[in-house]
Design a protein around this ligand. Structure first.
Ligand SMILES: Cc1ncc(COP(=O)(O)O)c(C=O)c1O
Length: 538
């Protein structure tokens, strides 16, 4: 029995008053569940989750399914009445049978990783808390946990710590695309403000994009990135009104890294033409091959030309946590902002990206104007007045940090870094196996966890070596077509999964390893699967 009705001075209420009190405490409808029903729900869903962790490696990577079959299974009328737990359990089983399993050890497509059990249960717990991480006021502990977590991530990649970038901060986002968008927004507003404050030397500039938009903003403000940059960068330029054409593609070298000399020349030539270079984006792990730009050198160009230096480390930056890899990322600490994705190489459940800012107050300045009365913060102490809406686009935000924070506390950074290091060494093994085979060709250096290769029928190899330009093009086109068909066959076969990259116009099979379940055996099986598919396609 509730005690709430007895709060009025401890006097026992008369019977009719008690009924009235009870009525005041009741609702006609609630979605809360009685204790037993809640326990049963938890038992079933826990069971599904545990079964999944135990069986993910033995399921087909990609299901044998079709759009028609899925319509038959899932299209139905809106259930006006609840269908009960048994039906839900069956439905969840169908979902498991008809999805691609990103946690499968032979899932090498795109950049996919398995969730850790700790991350998965942390997600459930965060959902139960359903805390809205807008600000300290709305979510005191969650805000602190997120700020601490961002600091740890910055430390793991060598951006922060031991006196380095101690003022750095940032926020978690839905993923790398949002982190890049957020970074470019801050970069644009920060540099635009610098120009304005410096006398607005841009021709025709009437200024203040924040209030007036880009109308009359003067000559185009340009971004520089290699021709390998992830699509989220031009997309962000589009969304921000900067324009995709203002993302100037700098040539990459034979290792798919930005050509720093070409970068410098392009920035200088554009400035002479009256454009306004304001930002350079370096890749710390390109999406196609995993190449890492020479970050220190790019930082130097940024400094010389007053550019905002953003590092897109969504795919690769966390590899800096692995033993022996830190030097490859040297210079990341010079960035104004860095994107990285815990939902890629930290095995955090989707979606969890992160934007680190060397001087978070620049984001605050960029987002200034978010000062409506209904979000006014009355806290006076600096940490208690902290609000994530001052640093990013979102207002309502889930408790993303819990899954990263719990994971790092449970496993410890060393154990996670060891898993990343093993992925890296398996990728090197993948590359070496390709190179050792007569019928495979490695198409890019294996720098991090990505191996780009293709199947070349044994008889085609000598023909390619002898071919003149015309004949070579014909053979290359044939290989593109063959490997595209091989990829599709492998993907739908369910035994292994590879995706593709287009490298210098040629089709490459692409295997990406960010999976703490993958072993050498999986690599052998995958290469054999590709080989079999190729023979069937010939
Ligand atoms: C280099 C790079 N940047 C950005 C992204 C976008 O990240 P997300 O898919 O989390 O939005 C990716 C995704 O693969 C990436 O590889």
């Amino acid at each position: 029995m509730s005690t709430r009705g007895q709060d009025g001075g401890g006097v026992a209420a008369p019977a009719s008053g008690g009924t009235r009190e009870a009525a005041l405490e009741a609702r006609a409808s609630t979605l809360d569940l009685p204790r037993e029903e809640l326990r049963e729900l938890a038992r079933v869903l826990n069971g599904l989750t545990l079964d999944y962790f135990e069986s993910a490696s033995s399921l087909p990577v990609f299901p044998e399914t079709s759009a028609e079959q899925l319509e038959g299974l899932f299209r139905g009328p809106l259930p006006v009445e609840g269908l009960g737990l048994e039906t839900l359990e069956r439905d969840c089983g169908e979902v498991v049978r008809h999805i691609r399993h990103n946690g499968h050890p032979r899932m090498f497509g795109y950049v996919a990783s398995p969730a850790t059990p700790v991350g998965a249960f942390a997600s459930l717990f965060a959902s139960a808390l359903n805390v809205n991480v807008t600000s300290w006021r709305s979510a005191p502990a969650a805000t602190e946990v997120e700020r601490v977590t961002v600091g740890w991530l910055a430390e793991m990649i060598g951006f922060k710590g031991a006196g380095l970038n101690e003022g750095a901060g940032g926020l978690l986002t839905s993923g790398g695309s949002m982190a890049n968008l957020n970074a470019l927004f801050v970069a644009h507003r920060a540099k635009e403000a610098e120009w304005r404050e410096g006398g607005g030397d841009a021709p025709g500039m009437t200024g203040d994009a924040s209030r007036r938009g880009l109308w009359g903003a003067g000559s185009p403000m340009t971004i520089y990135a290699s021709d390998q940059v992830h699509l989220s960068v031009p997309k962000a330029a589009d969304v921000l009104g900067i324009g995709r054409e203002q993302v100037r593609a700098v040539a990459s070298d034979e290792g798919y890294r930005i050509d720093v000399r070409a970068l410098r020349e392009m920035v200088e030539a554009d400035a002479l033409r009256g454009l306004r270079p304001f930002c350079v984006v370096a890749s710390a792990g390109t999406v196609s091959t995993g190449a890492v730009d020479a970050l220190s050198e790019v930082a130097r160009v940024a400094r010389e030309h007053s550019l905002w230096f953003h590092v897109d480390g969504a795919y690769g930056a966390l590899a800096a946590a692995a033993a022996g890899k830190r030097a490859l990322f040297g210079g990341v600490e010079l960035a104004d902002s860095v994107s990285l994705d815990p939902h890629k190489w930290l095995y955090t459940p989707l979606g969890c990206g992160c934007l680190i800012l060397r001087e978070p107050e620049r984001a605050r300045a960029a987002f200034k104007g978010t000062e409506e009365g209904y979000i006014k913060v009355f806290e006076r102490e600096e940490s208690e007045a902290f609000a994530f809406w001052d640093y990013g686009v979102e207002l309502s935000r889930p408790f993303r940090a819990l899954k990263v924070w719990m994971m790092l506390r449970y496993y410890g950074a060393r154990r996670v870094a060891e898993a990343i290091a093993e992925d890296l060494s398996l990728a090197a093994h993948f590359g070496a196996s390709v190179e050792a085979a007569e019928d495979f060709e490695l198409l890019a250096p294996v720098t991090l966890g990505i191996c780009c290769f293709r199947y070349v029928p044994p008889q085609t190899r000598p023909a390619l070596a002898r071919a003149d330009a015309g004949e070579r093009e014909r053979l290359e086109a044939g290989l593109d077509d063959l490997n595209a068909r091989v990829m599709h066959r492998v993907q739908r076969g369910g035994r292994a999964y590879v995706s593709n990259a287009i490298l210098r116009g040629r089709f490459a099979l692409r295997a990406s390893l960010t999976n703490y379940r993958t072993t050498r055996r999986d690599i052998t099986v995958t290469l054999e699967t590709v080989r079999e598919a190729a023979r069937e396609c010939l």
